[in-house]
Design a protein around this ligand. Structure first.
Ligand SMILES: [Zn+2]
Length: 97
């Protein structure tokens, strides 16, 4: 079973946090260190996405991107590939009506 367990972030832009650490911004995808494409299949070299091996891809389908965030867009395909059913118990919706 091909499952993404330890993905880092690839993003279209970057900014530096107050602590001096590069952080992803713009469009964000999941990326497995050691590969040259995102989890959803984009080639890093062609899309010019920057790699953030120190940033774990930890976005979920329920996350809401606000205007205060540097991140404008989180790839839903990468989110789906990294949050498989049963792996997390973050669901907030009522299970049944
Ligand atoms: Zn993606």
């Amino acid at each position: 079973m091909a499952r993404v367990t330890k993905a880092s972030v690839a993003a279209s832009s970057e900014w530096v946090a107050p602590d001096g650490v590069r952080q992803p911004g713009g469009e964000v995808h999941a990326w497995l260190p050691g590969t040259n494409q995102t989890v959803c299949g984009l080639a890093l070299s062609r899309t010019r996405l920057r790699r953030f091996p120190h940033v774990t891809f930890d976005f979920r389908a329920t996350d809401v991107v606000t205007t205060a965030d540097e991140i404008r867009y989180v790839c839903p395909r990468c989110v789906a590939a990294t949050t498989r059913r049963g792996e997390r118990s973050w669901t907030r919706t009522a299970p049944r009506p």
